[in-house]
Design a protein around this ligand. Structure first.
Ligand code: HEC
Ligand SMILES: [Cu+2]
Length: 494
């Protein structure tokens, strides 16, 4: 390479004593065995950790994989990722990476040509290049922006409002019609309310002709302060932690929260949407096939945020109708004849009813109404919401607890031997869950141990703050026998 004298009067660069050469010297210095071992161990560790991370991508069971869409909404999002976003990013990644390597290799100075006074040609400004690398990203971002914004509108699409008489629980007993579900987040579990009679989610609680809440007269959703416990329509079906839906149908969701902001995310069915107290966000999801689809709260919401999961079970239309029929039944009231269950029922009334609802037709709690307002008469067999001893104002509804497979924010499964993703299991069998009756005929077994442990000391298993009315308290006074009785009672709630 030609020597260029112009630069010879520039100061020569010197190496900082702490920089690469110093490090190199240290590395080359004679080492004791232990320091060598240390170095090897951390290298090995880094290698193993890296490999584990890489291999985790090959896991068979990836219930939270966004790239395995199982419904139209999730598929739509996936179609944005590929070819659009990942495609464009991929091309840029390859161009930049290999471009950098190619230039470095091509422009490198061979040791024999090395001349410390020789600097590369200095370039200042290149109008064409600058225009190019400003315009090209702008064009790419605009393209991605167009498909993404279109996607936002696409995912907002809801079903048309059903015509009269086309509902899940029609007066004539038919089950045609679409389904709206309200999703309510609270610390640290999910409630699902099904608007099965299609009269909306809210009702005129005090009978003054005005409906509380966002659907109320003259109301702008965002302006109205509303108490969800008062406003919700009590004819609706209430379940906790496991949302059961018919496969192949779009389910419209209304999302809200009773305490802090949570985020609802079942990745194989749709993207994320925040649940915000005092607001209603619309969302939807649809599962192509029967099966279980899990999700995770994705907005930090306090102590047990990481233990606030979701479970959606899609059933065939027929199975779903059967499930719904069953859910609409009142819970059985135990009789004294069955001593264990009866004892459990008594314990439940004494210890648990201040928070949990079991709709067995014997409840007559009224909503917390203002002074001077008469609550409407209760139809026999209906249950009213009441303010429970909790900040969120509600604990999981246990009316059909034994027909669900998960509890406590879907972190535990209370049935042994059941996996909806198992090819041999018909998700419809979720309906036929029954307690182990002693004969070995393939019943799913209620996991009594896990339930007893939970009832005795829930905060020990899931971080909660019962002293602050957040979460379930522990019950140190309950004996082993009491716990058996309580579980015997819970097992009848099918
Ligand atoms: C102070 C209110 C309160 C009381 C009293 C209470 N619980 Fe709970 N319970 C909760 C809350 C809140 C949860 C949800 C906790 C979570 O998953 O984060 C819960 C969850 C549960 C669950 C799991 C339900 C599900 O679907 O996730 C069961 C079962 C349960 N409680 C049983 C009982 C029993 C039995 C008693 C009486 C011995 C009782 N609880 C007393 C507040 C209460
Ligand atoms: Cu949350």
């Amino acid at each position: 390479m030609a020597r260029r004298n112009v630069t010879s009067d520039l100061p020569r660069p010197t190496l900082h004593p702490d920089s690469a050469s110093a490090t190199l010297e240290k590395v080359m210095a004679p080492t004791t065995r232990s320091s060598l071992r240390r170095r090897l161990t951390s290298t090995k560790l880094a290698f193993v950790a890296g490999l584990a991370l890489l291999l985790s991508a090959c896991a068979e069971d990836k219930p939270l994989n966004t790239f395995e869409p199982r419904g139209p909404q999730a598929r739509f999002i996936d179609s944005l990722m590929w070819p659009w976003i990942w495609g464009i990013m991929g091309v840029i990644f390859v161009l930049v990476t290999f471009g950098t390597i190619a230039i470095a290799v091509k422009g490198r100075v061979k040791p024999e040509d090395y001349d410390e006074d020789d600097l590369p040609k200095q370039t200042h400004g290149n109008f064409k290049l600058e225009i190019f690398w400003t315009a090209a990203p702008a064009v790419l971002l605009a393209a991605i922006g167009i498909v993404t914004i279109n996607g936002v509108f696409e995912l907002e699409k809801t079903n048309d409002d059903p015509a009269a008489g086309e509902c899940r629980a029609n007066a004539d007993g038919s089950r045609s019609g679409e389904l709206d579900v309200m999703v309510i987040g609270q610390q640290w579990w999910w409630e699902y309310r099904y608007d099965i009679d299609c009269d909306g989610f809210f009702e005129d609680v005090d009978g003054d002709g005005e409906i509380y809440g966002p659907n109320g007269a003259g109301g702008d959703v965002d302006d109205i302060e509303w108490d969800i416990n008062v406003a919700l329509d009590d004819d609706d079906l209430v379940v906790a932690n496991q949302m059961v839906i018919p496969a192949g149908e779009q389910i419209d969701l209304e999302l809200t929260s009773r305490d802090v902001i949570h985020s609802f995310w079942i990745p194989r069915l749709n993207g994320k949407r925040d649940t915000v107290p005092g607001r209603l966000h619309t969302w939807s999801l649809e599962a192509d096939e029967p099966g279980e689809y899990t999700g995770w709260c994705t907005e930090f919401c306090g102590l047990s945020h990481a233990r606030m999961r979701m479970s959606a079970v899609a059933l065939s239309g027929e199975d779903f109708d059967a499930w719904l029929d069953n859910q609409l039944q009142l819970a059985d009231v135990p009789t004294e004849a069955d001593e264990d269950v009866w004892a459990g029922y008594q314990l439940f009334q004494a210890n648990c009813m201040s928070c949990h609802v079991v709709n067995d037709g014997n409840l007559s709690y009224g909503p917390p109404v203002e002074e001077g307002v008469t609550p409407p008469d209760l139809e026999p067999g209906t249950v009213k919401d009441f303010e429970s001893a909790l900040t969120a104002g509600a604990a999981p509804n246990l009316t059909h607890f034994a027909t669900r497979t998960v509890f406590a924010g879907a972190i535990y499964s209370h049935y042994a031997g059941l996996d909806a993703d198992d090819d041999d299991v018909d998700p419809g069998e979720f309906l036929e869950l029954s307690v182990d009756d002693g004969n070995d005929d393939g019943d799913y077994r209620l996991n009594e141990a896990i339930l007893k442990r939970w009832i005795a000391n829930a905060p020990d298993q899931k971080a909660m703050a019962p002293e602050d009315l957040r979460g379930m308290p522990s019950f140190p006074a309950l004996s082993e026998e009491d716990l058996d009785h309580l579980v015997a009672y819970l097992a009848t709630l099918d």
